[in-house]
Design a protein around this ligand. Structure first.
Ligand SMILES: Cc1cc2nc3c(=O)[nH]c(=O)nc-3n(C[C@H](O)[C@H](O)[C@H](O)COP(=O)(O)OP(=O)(O)OC[C@H]3O[C@@H](n4cnc5c(N)ncnc54)[C@H](O)[C@@H]3O)c2cc1C
Length: 344
Protein backbone atom coordinates (compact mmCIF):
# COMPACT_ATOMS: atom_id res chain seq x y z
CA UNK A 1 0.00 0.00 0.00
CA UNK A 2 1.31 3.50 -0.89
CA UNK A 3 2.59 5.61 2.02
CA UNK A 4 -0.19 7.52 3.67
CA UNK A 5 -2.98 7.21 6.19
CA UNK A 6 -6.52 5.89 6.38
CA UNK A 7 -9.17 8.46 7.24
CA UNK A 8 -12.65 7.43 8.29
CA UNK A 9 -15.31 10.01 7.52
CA UNK A 10 -18.42 9.64 9.69
CA UNK A 11 -20.83 10.33 6.84
CA UNK A 12 -19.04 8.32 4.12
CA UNK A 13 -19.76 4.65 3.47
CA UNK A 14 -16.06 3.74 3.18
CA UNK A 15 -12.74 5.00 4.54
CA UNK A 16 -10.41 6.95 2.26
CA UNK A 17 -6.66 6.67 1.79
CA UNK A 18 -4.77 9.94 2.04
CA UNK A 19 -1.26 10.08 0.55
CA UNK A 20 1.59 11.73 2.48
CA UNK A 21 1.25 15.49 2.15
CA UNK A 22 -2.23 15.31 0.59
CA UNK A 23 -5.19 17.07 2.20
CA UNK A 24 -8.22 15.13 3.37
CA UNK A 25 -10.46 17.10 0.99
CA UNK A 26 -8.28 16.40 -2.07
CA UNK A 27 -8.23 12.68 -1.27
CA UNK A 28 -11.96 12.51 -0.53
CA UNK A 29 -12.95 14.25 -3.76
CA UNK A 30 -10.50 12.14 -5.78
CA UNK A 31 -12.04 9.00 -4.27
CA UNK A 32 -15.61 10.02 -5.05
CA UNK A 33 -16.71 11.17 -1.59
CA UNK A 34 -19.02 14.19 -1.93
CA UNK A 35 -17.31 16.17 0.83
CA UNK A 36 -18.88 19.62 1.34
CA UNK A 37 -16.42 22.29 0.25
CA UNK A 38 -16.18 25.80 -1.13
CA UNK A 39 -12.96 27.68 -1.91
CA UNK A 40 -10.55 24.77 -1.19
CA UNK A 41 -8.02 27.35 -0.01
CA UNK A 42 -8.83 27.80 3.67
CA UNK A 43 -10.82 30.96 3.23
CA UNK A 44 -14.52 30.08 3.32
CA UNK A 45 -15.05 27.44 6.02
CA UNK A 46 -17.49 25.31 3.98
CA UNK A 47 -15.42 22.16 4.66
CA UNK A 48 -15.25 22.79 8.41
CA UNK A 49 -15.11 19.43 10.17
CA UNK A 50 -14.68 17.91 13.59
CA UNK A 51 -11.49 15.91 14.19
CA UNK A 52 -12.73 12.99 16.29
CA UNK A 53 -9.50 10.96 16.43
CA UNK A 54 -5.98 11.21 15.06
CA UNK A 55 -3.62 14.05 14.27
CA UNK A 56 -3.54 16.48 11.38
CA UNK A 57 -1.37 19.40 10.38
CA UNK A 58 -3.25 22.47 9.23
CA UNK A 59 -1.76 24.54 6.40
CA UNK A 60 -2.33 28.31 6.74
CA UNK A 61 -5.96 29.39 6.71
CA UNK A 62 -7.89 32.57 7.34
CA UNK A 63 -9.37 33.45 10.71
CA UNK A 64 -12.69 33.98 8.97
CA UNK A 65 -12.78 30.32 7.97
CA UNK A 66 -11.76 28.89 11.33
CA UNK A 67 -11.48 30.97 14.50
CA UNK A 68 -8.97 30.16 17.22
CA UNK A 69 -11.78 29.17 19.57
CA UNK A 70 -13.18 26.78 16.97
CA UNK A 71 -9.74 25.25 16.42
CA UNK A 72 -9.37 24.81 20.17
CA UNK A 73 -12.82 23.26 20.11
CA UNK A 74 -11.59 20.43 17.85
CA UNK A 75 -12.71 21.80 14.49
CA UNK A 76 -10.48 21.71 11.40
CA UNK A 77 -10.72 22.61 7.73
CA UNK A 78 -10.61 19.49 5.53
CA UNK A 79 -9.07 21.49 2.68
CA UNK A 80 -6.08 22.44 4.86
CA UNK A 81 -5.79 19.23 6.89
CA UNK A 82 -2.87 16.90 6.15
CA UNK A 83 -3.09 13.77 8.33
CA UNK A 84 -0.18 12.63 10.47
CA UNK A 85 -1.86 9.43 11.60
CA UNK A 86 -4.90 7.35 10.76
CA UNK A 87 -7.79 9.65 11.66
CA UNK A 88 -11.53 9.95 12.01
CA UNK A 89 -13.43 13.09 11.12
CA UNK A 90 -16.97 14.30 10.50
CA UNK A 91 -18.03 17.25 8.44
CA UNK A 92 -20.51 19.47 10.26
CA UNK A 93 -23.89 18.00 9.44
CA UNK A 94 -26.68 19.66 7.52
CA UNK A 95 -28.26 20.82 10.76
CA UNK A 96 -24.95 22.31 11.86
CA UNK A 97 -24.16 23.93 8.57
CA UNK A 98 -26.01 27.20 8.85
CA UNK A 99 -24.16 29.92 7.00
CA UNK A 100 -25.61 33.41 7.30
CA UNK A 101 -24.33 36.17 5.03
CA UNK A 102 -21.47 38.02 6.67
CA UNK A 103 -22.30 41.70 7.15
CA UNK A 104 -20.39 44.79 8.05
CA UNK A 105 -22.71 46.93 10.16
CA UNK A 106 -22.58 50.52 11.29
CA UNK A 107 -24.35 50.74 14.64
CA UNK A 108 -24.99 53.24 17.41
CA UNK A 109 -25.16 52.71 21.15
CA UNK A 110 -28.75 53.26 22.30
CA UNK A 111 -28.50 51.97 25.86
CA UNK A 112 -25.91 51.08 28.51
CA UNK A 113 -26.68 49.06 31.64
CA UNK A 114 -24.53 48.14 34.61
CA UNK A 115 -25.36 44.44 34.84
CA UNK A 116 -22.76 43.85 37.57
CA UNK A 117 -19.80 45.79 38.97
CA UNK A 118 -17.76 44.73 35.92
CA UNK A 119 -20.23 43.68 33.18
CA UNK A 120 -21.94 46.29 30.98
CA UNK A 121 -25.02 45.61 28.90
CA UNK A 122 -24.47 47.35 25.56
CA UNK A 123 -27.47 47.78 23.27
CA UNK A 124 -26.87 48.74 19.65
CA UNK A 125 -29.21 49.83 16.94
CA UNK A 126 -28.18 48.97 13.38
CA UNK A 127 -27.92 52.07 11.21
CA UNK A 128 -26.48 50.63 7.98
CA UNK A 129 -25.28 47.35 6.47
CA UNK A 130 -28.15 45.08 7.56
CA UNK A 131 -30.17 42.96 7.60
CA UNK A 132 -28.10 41.13 10.20
CA UNK A 133 -29.27 37.53 10.32
CA UNK A 134 -27.66 35.24 12.89
CA UNK A 135 -28.39 32.12 14.88
CA UNK A 136 -28.78 32.32 18.67
CA UNK A 137 -25.38 31.72 20.26
CA UNK A 138 -23.27 33.30 17.51
CA UNK A 139 -20.89 36.22 17.98
CA UNK A 140 -19.63 39.27 16.10
CA UNK A 141 -16.31 41.08 15.83
CA UNK A 142 -17.08 44.44 17.40
CA UNK A 143 -14.99 47.58 16.98
CA UNK A 144 -15.25 50.52 19.37
CA UNK A 145 -13.68 53.65 17.85
CA UNK A 146 -10.09 53.01 16.72
CA UNK A 147 -9.56 50.06 19.05
CA UNK A 148 -8.91 46.62 17.56
CA UNK A 149 -12.03 44.49 16.97
CA UNK A 150 -12.94 42.00 19.69
CA UNK A 151 -15.40 39.09 19.61
CA UNK A 152 -18.62 39.47 21.59
CA UNK A 153 -21.61 37.13 21.63
CA UNK A 154 -25.09 38.43 20.95
CA UNK A 155 -27.24 38.20 24.10
CA UNK A 156 -30.30 39.34 22.18
CA UNK A 157 -32.32 36.87 20.13
CA UNK A 158 -32.23 36.90 16.32
CA UNK A 159 -35.83 38.21 16.37
CA UNK A 160 -35.06 41.45 18.24
CA UNK A 161 -34.63 44.82 16.53
CA UNK A 162 -31.55 45.71 18.57
CA UNK A 163 -28.30 43.87 19.29
CA UNK A 164 -27.38 43.40 22.95
CA UNK A 165 -23.94 42.44 24.28
CA UNK A 166 -22.69 41.68 27.81
CA UNK A 167 -19.13 42.94 28.06
CA UNK A 168 -16.99 42.17 31.10
CA UNK A 169 -14.14 44.51 32.00
CA UNK A 170 -10.93 42.49 31.68
CA UNK A 171 -8.09 43.92 33.81
CA UNK A 172 -5.53 45.48 31.49
CA UNK A 173 -7.85 45.06 28.51
CA UNK A 174 -8.35 47.59 25.71
CA UNK A 175 -11.88 47.24 24.27
CA UNK A 176 -13.51 46.12 27.51
CA UNK A 177 -11.91 49.01 29.45
CA UNK A 178 -13.24 51.42 26.85
CA UNK A 179 -16.73 49.94 27.28
CA UNK A 180 -16.43 50.14 31.07
CA UNK A 181 -15.09 53.68 31.27
CA UNK A 182 -15.65 55.70 28.12
CA UNK A 183 -18.49 54.33 25.96
CA UNK A 184 -21.54 56.62 25.82
CA UNK A 185 -25.07 56.41 24.42
CA UNK A 186 -24.93 57.77 20.86
CA UNK A 187 -21.38 56.52 20.14
CA UNK A 188 -20.84 54.81 16.77
CA UNK A 189 -19.78 51.14 16.84
CA UNK A 190 -18.94 48.96 13.85
CA UNK A 191 -19.43 45.24 13.77
CA UNK A 192 -18.74 42.30 11.48
CA UNK A 193 -20.38 38.88 11.61
CA UNK A 194 -22.02 36.62 12.43
CA UNK A 195 -19.43 34.03 13.39
CA UNK A 196 -19.35 30.82 15.35
CA UNK A 197 -20.79 27.33 15.35
CA UNK A 198 -21.98 27.08 18.97
CA UNK A 199 -25.51 28.06 18.06
CA UNK A 200 -28.92 26.67 18.97
CA UNK A 201 -29.84 23.50 17.09
CA UNK A 202 -33.55 24.09 16.64
CA UNK A 203 -34.25 20.56 15.38
CA UNK A 204 -33.08 18.93 18.63
CA UNK A 205 -35.86 17.48 20.76
CA UNK A 206 -33.87 16.05 23.71
CA UNK A 207 -33.06 17.90 26.95
CA UNK A 208 -30.74 20.91 26.96
CA UNK A 209 -27.97 21.75 29.42
CA UNK A 210 -26.71 25.33 29.21
CA UNK A 211 -23.70 26.31 31.35
CA UNK A 212 -22.38 29.87 31.48
CA UNK A 213 -19.48 31.42 33.33
CA UNK A 214 -19.80 35.20 33.97
CA UNK A 215 -20.55 37.11 30.77
CA UNK A 216 -20.79 33.71 29.04
CA UNK A 217 -24.44 34.17 29.98
CA UNK A 218 -24.80 36.35 26.85
CA UNK A 219 -24.98 33.57 24.22
CA UNK A 220 -26.72 31.24 26.69
CA UNK A 221 -29.48 33.81 27.24
CA UNK A 222 -29.94 34.15 23.48
CA UNK A 223 -30.06 30.37 23.06
CA UNK A 224 -32.55 29.78 25.89
CA UNK A 225 -34.86 32.65 24.97
CA UNK A 226 -34.80 31.69 21.30
CA UNK A 227 -35.53 28.04 22.10
CA UNK A 228 -38.56 29.08 24.15
CA UNK A 229 -39.75 31.60 21.56
CA UNK A 230 -39.56 28.90 18.89
CA UNK A 231 -41.75 26.58 20.96
CA UNK A 232 -39.07 24.08 22.02
CA UNK A 233 -40.61 22.17 24.92
CA UNK A 234 -37.82 19.96 26.27
CA UNK A 235 -36.31 20.48 29.76
CA UNK A 236 -33.67 23.23 29.80
CA UNK A 237 -31.25 23.29 32.75
CA UNK A 238 -29.35 26.59 32.93
CA UNK A 239 -26.35 27.04 35.24
CA UNK A 240 -24.54 30.32 35.81
CA UNK A 241 -21.17 30.05 37.53
CA UNK A 242 -19.76 33.21 39.12
CA UNK A 243 -17.37 34.01 41.95
CA UNK A 244 -19.61 35.88 44.37
CA UNK A 245 -23.03 37.45 44.84
CA UNK A 246 -22.01 40.71 43.16
CA UNK A 247 -21.13 38.84 39.94
CA UNK A 248 -24.66 37.43 39.48
CA UNK A 249 -26.97 39.09 36.99
CA UNK A 250 -30.25 38.52 35.14
CA UNK A 251 -31.42 36.23 37.93
CA UNK A 252 -34.90 37.82 37.86
CA UNK A 253 -35.00 37.44 34.08
CA UNK A 254 -34.32 33.70 34.30
CA UNK A 255 -36.65 33.30 37.30
CA UNK A 256 -39.41 34.84 35.16
CA UNK A 257 -38.62 32.46 32.31
CA UNK A 258 -38.73 29.51 34.72
CA UNK A 259 -42.08 30.71 36.14
CA UNK A 260 -43.55 31.05 32.64
CA UNK A 261 -42.07 27.84 31.25
CA UNK A 262 -42.08 24.89 33.65
CA UNK A 263 -39.37 23.36 31.47
CA UNK A 264 -36.68 25.85 32.53
CA UNK A 265 -34.56 25.53 35.68
CA UNK A 266 -31.99 28.22 36.55
CA UNK A 267 -29.21 27.51 39.04
CA UNK A 268 -26.65 30.14 40.02
CA UNK A 269 -23.48 28.69 41.55
CA UNK A 270 -20.98 30.76 43.56
CA UNK A 271 -17.38 29.57 43.60
CA UNK A 272 -15.91 32.07 46.02
CA UNK A 273 -18.54 33.65 48.29
CA UNK A 274 -17.06 36.06 50.84
CA UNK A 275 -20.15 35.92 53.12
CA UNK A 276 -22.18 32.93 54.31
CA UNK A 277 -24.89 32.22 51.73
CA UNK A 278 -27.85 29.93 51.17
CA UNK A 279 -26.90 29.68 47.52
CA UNK A 280 -25.37 26.76 45.75
CA UNK A 281 -21.60 26.83 46.29
CA UNK A 282 -18.71 25.31 44.39
CA UNK A 283 -17.35 25.05 40.88
CA UNK A 284 -20.14 25.07 38.31
CA UNK A 285 -19.11 21.86 36.44
CA UNK A 286 -19.15 20.03 39.80
CA UNK A 287 -22.64 21.36 40.58
CA UNK A 288 -23.93 20.14 37.21
CA UNK A 289 -22.26 16.76 37.71
CA UNK A 290 -23.89 16.39 41.14
CA UNK A 291 -27.34 17.20 39.73
CA UNK A 292 -27.26 15.31 36.44
CA UNK A 293 -25.56 11.92 36.59
CA UNK A 294 -26.66 10.79 33.13
CA UNK A 295 -26.65 13.24 30.27
CA UNK A 296 -27.31 10.77 27.50
CA UNK A 297 -29.39 12.44 24.76
CA UNK A 298 -28.64 15.98 25.97
CA UNK A 299 -27.33 18.81 23.90
CA UNK A 300 -24.89 20.98 25.83
CA UNK A 301 -24.24 24.68 25.24
CA UNK A 302 -21.48 26.28 27.24
CA UNK A 303 -19.72 29.66 27.10
CA UNK A 304 -17.37 31.74 29.21
CA UNK A 305 -13.85 31.38 30.60
CA UNK A 306 -11.90 28.76 28.59
CA UNK A 307 -10.92 26.81 31.73
CA UNK A 308 -14.56 26.45 32.76
CA UNK A 309 -15.72 25.55 29.24
CA UNK A 310 -13.04 22.88 29.07
CA UNK A 311 -14.05 21.45 32.46
CA UNK A 312 -17.71 21.34 31.38
CA UNK A 313 -16.73 19.59 28.16
CA UNK A 314 -14.73 16.91 29.96
CA UNK A 315 -17.44 16.38 32.56
CA UNK A 316 -20.29 15.98 30.06
CA UNK A 317 -18.25 13.67 27.80
CA UNK A 318 -17.71 11.45 30.84
CA UNK A 319 -21.48 11.40 31.38
CA UNK A 320 -22.41 10.13 27.95
CA UNK A 321 -22.77 13.29 25.84
CA UNK A 322 -21.53 12.83 22.28
CA UNK A 323 -18.84 15.25 21.10
CA UNK A 324 -21.17 16.37 18.30
CA UNK A 325 -23.74 17.44 20.92
CA UNK A 326 -21.37 19.85 22.71
CA UNK A 327 -21.53 23.42 21.41
CA UNK A 328 -18.91 25.43 23.25
CA UNK A 329 -17.69 29.01 23.04
CA UNK A 330 -14.57 29.53 25.14
CA UNK A 331 -14.06 33.29 25.52
CA UNK A 332 -10.37 33.40 24.61
CA UNK A 333 -8.72 36.81 24.94
CA UNK A 334 -6.14 37.88 22.35
CA UNK A 335 -3.35 37.01 24.78
CA UNK A 336 -4.79 33.49 25.22
CA UNK A 337 -5.21 33.06 21.45
CA UNK A 338 -1.56 34.05 20.95
CA UNK A 339 -0.51 31.45 23.52
CA UNK A 340 -2.52 28.79 21.59
CA UNK A 341 -0.72 29.83 18.40
CA UNK A 342 2.68 29.52 20.15
CA UNK A 343 1.76 26.08 21.47
CA UNK A 344 0.58 24.79 18.06
C1 LIG B 1 -15.98 33.66 20.46
C2 LIG B 1 -15.78 34.67 21.58
C3 LIG B 1 -16.87 35.30 22.15
C4 LIG B 1 -16.69 36.21 23.18
N1 LIG B 1 -17.79 36.78 23.74
C5 LIG B 1 -17.64 37.60 24.79
C6 LIG B 1 -18.79 38.16 25.45
O1 LIG B 1 -19.94 37.96 25.04
N2 LIG B 1 -18.58 38.96 26.52
C7 LIG B 1 -17.32 39.22 27.00
O2 LIG B 1 -17.21 39.93 28.00
N3 LIG B 1 -16.21 38.71 26.39
C8 LIG B 1 -16.35 37.92 25.30
N4 LIG B 1 -15.23 37.43 24.67
C9 LIG B 1 -13.87 37.92 25.08
C10 LIG B 1 -13.57 39.22 24.28
O3 LIG B 1 -13.47 38.92 22.90
C11 LIG B 1 -12.24 39.90 24.65
O4 LIG B 1 -11.19 38.98 24.59
C12 LIG B 1 -12.26 40.55 26.03
O5 LIG B 1 -13.32 41.49 26.13
C13 LIG B 1 -10.93 41.28 26.28
O6 LIG B 1 -10.72 42.23 25.28
P1 LIG B 1 -9.92 43.58 25.58
O7 LIG B 1 -9.66 44.28 24.29
O8 LIG B 1 -10.57 44.34 26.67
O9 LIG B 1 -8.57 43.02 26.19
P2 LIG B 1 -7.17 42.81 25.46
O10 LIG B 1 -6.58 44.11 25.14
O11 LIG B 1 -7.34 41.82 24.38
O12 LIG B 1 -6.38 42.18 26.68
C14 LIG B 1 -6.84 40.98 27.32
C15 LIG B 1 -5.85 40.54 28.40
O13 LIG B 1 -4.65 40.16 27.79
C16 LIG B 1 -3.58 40.96 28.30
N5 LIG B 1 -2.75 41.25 27.16
C17 LIG B 1 -3.00 42.09 26.14
N6 LIG B 1 -2.02 42.05 25.26
C18 LIG B 1 -1.11 41.17 25.73
C19 LIG B 1 0.13 40.68 25.25
N7 LIG B 1 0.66 41.12 24.11
N8 LIG B 1 0.79 39.77 25.99
C20 LIG B 1 0.29 39.32 27.15
N9 LIG B 1 -0.88 39.75 27.66
C21 LIG B 1 -1.56 40.65 26.95
C22 LIG B 1 -4.22 42.18 28.92
O14 LIG B 1 -3.47 42.71 29.97
C23 LIG B 1 -5.53 41.63 29.40
O15 LIG B 1 -5.37 41.04 30.67
C24 LIG B 1 -15.38 36.52 23.64
C25 LIG B 1 -14.28 35.89 23.05
C26 LIG B 1 -14.46 34.98 22.04
C27 LIG B 1 -13.26 34.32 21.41
Amino acid sequence: MAAGFTVEIEQADRPIRVAMGQTILEAALAQGVAYPHGCRSGNCGACKSRLIAGEVDLAPYSDFALGAAERADGLILACRAVPWSDSRIAWLGEDDLIVHPRRHLDCRVVRLDDLTHDIKGVTLEVRAGGPFVFSAGQYAAVRFGDLPARDYSMASTPDEDVLVFHIRHVAGGGASAHVANALRVGDPVSLEGPYGTAYLREGHRGPILAVAGGSGLAPIQSIVETALARGMTQPIAVYLGVRDERDLYHEARFAALAARHGTVRFTPVLSDAAMPTARRMGYVPDAVAADLANLDGFKVYTAGPPVMVDAVRRMVLARGVREADIHADPFFTEAEKAKLGDAA
